[in-house]
Design a protein around this ligand. Structure first.
Ligand code: YXS
Length: 259
């Protein structure tokens, strides 16, 4: 049973996250299907892509598949992690990706939505990024995605509280381009996509890549890199990380000790 649905019409491709039983948790299998769909739709001439869940979804995506997060001693968000692969695929995709957001956008899925180029939400859409709820040290490129999209105080509120913010709050800080009622959001997103595909694809593709390179341009000394890796290792080696994963599987609140 495929975990996504795809479509292509008038140069606009659509990828629908459709693993409802697992609330579109971003499992390796789901992300592999998304990556394959990106390649296939681009190969068939897509000049814009819409990433969405089924109409009326209460959960757009529950974020990283927690059952696939590694145990202590391994970086939970290393370069090869499926969530990292998906974020990079969206950011380096040569055509604009429009996020059609309905329902709760959780954890790493929040970063996936922020990696998209244009975000359109319904009034009930919420955004939450939850490493602090699981005892996870979010990774550096993931934090860069957040601070490139969000004002720092809003990024810190999301990261430190692990609580959702509303679409209205997201619109207020400019991270969501539009809020549309559920019955209007799809036609609106596709009308936006048509405006994009009517323009020069090479110009758009190069400007998207220039913006990716500009917003990712940060100097970092080897010492700074190693210090950050050491800091993150103390977190994913901690008992709290184990407690975070355990509490999710046991469907209970975590009790963190700070070690
Ligand atoms: O018990 P069954 O087998 O029916 O499965 C349940 C859940 O276990 C499963 N599920 C997930 N499985 C793996 N990874 C997930 N992230 C995940 N979320 C849900 O889906 C089935 C239905 O879940 P249930 O009963 O809770 O659904 P609900 O409608 O009552 O609630 C929907 C949510 C999204 C509010 C709830 O499922 C939830 O809070 N999920 C976890 C959201 C979250 O904390 N995501 C962060 C994942 S870690 C991540 O993305 C990053 C690494 S980080 O943490 O750094 O942001």
């Amino acid at each position: 049973m495929p975990l996504i649905e795809t479509a292509l019409a008038e140069h606009v491709g659509t990828i629908v996250l459709n693993n409802i039983a697992k609330r579109n948790a971003l499992s390796e299998a789901l992300i592999e299907e998304i990556s394959d769909a990106l390649t296939e739709l681009l190969g068939r001439g897509a000049r814009a892509l819409v990433l969405r869940a089924p109409a009326g979804s209460k959960v757009w995506s529950a974020g990283h598949d927690i059952s696939e997060l590694p145990n202590a001693g391994r970086d939970p968000l290393g370069w090869g992690d499926s969530l990292r692969v998906l974020v990079r695929a969206i950011q380096s995709c040569r055509v604009p990706v429009l996020a059609l957001l309905e329902g709760g956008v959780w954890g790493g899925a929040c970063e996936v939505s922020l990696a998209c180029d244009i975000l359109v939400a319904t009034p009930d859409t919420t955004f939450a990024i939850t490493p602090a709820k699981l005892g996870i040290p979010y990774n550096l490129s993931g934090l860069l995605t957040l601070v490139n999209a969000l004002p720092l105080p809003v990024a810190k509120e999301l990261l430190f509280t692990a609580q959702p913010i509303t679409a209205a709050q997201a619109l207020n800080c400019g991270v969501v381009n539009y809020i549309k009622p559920p019955e209007e959001i799809a036609p609106f997103v596709y009308s936006l996509a048509q405006k994009i595909v009517a323009n020069a694809p090479l110009s758009i593709s190069v400007m998207k890549e220039e913006l990716r390179l500009l917003t990712g341009a940060r100097a970092m000394s080897p010492e700074l890199f190693e210090r950050i890796q050491g800091l993150r290792r103390t977190v994913y080696d901690s008992a709290d990380y184990q407690e975070g994963l355990q509490s999710f599987h046991e469907k209970r609140k975590p009790i963190f000790q700070g070690s």
